[in-house]
Design a protein around this ligand. Sequence first.
Ligand SMILES: [Zn+2]
Length: 120
Amino acid sequence: MDTSSARSRLHDELRDLRQTLEKRRETAGLDESQQDSTGELSSHDQHPGDSGTATFQRTRDLSIEDHLESEIEEVEAALERIDQGSYGRCEVCDGEIDPKRLRARPHARFCREHRSDTEE
Ligand SMILES: [Zn+2]
């Protein structure tokens, strides 16, 4: 299978994901004061309503960042598999992953049969 085009696609994807993550972190950095105010020392001063809203916002931001981080890990792992020569093979059965599936999802780790429900 042609790994050079997969490699360049994965590199593009990695760059985009990192840029998105960086932008999110820069934006989150503007809220530093909010982070301080939820610290243990001042927490008793807070109105429960404000605190709840801030926590909700923070949790939502974190889950998006977590998602981006796990995507980055997936893409990095795929690039490692290209280096190791195991790219395009299912991690469960070592069978070849459908090239159509790899085109749609270059960091796919499993064949159609063994893909996890969360992967797609
Ligand atoms: Zn498989």
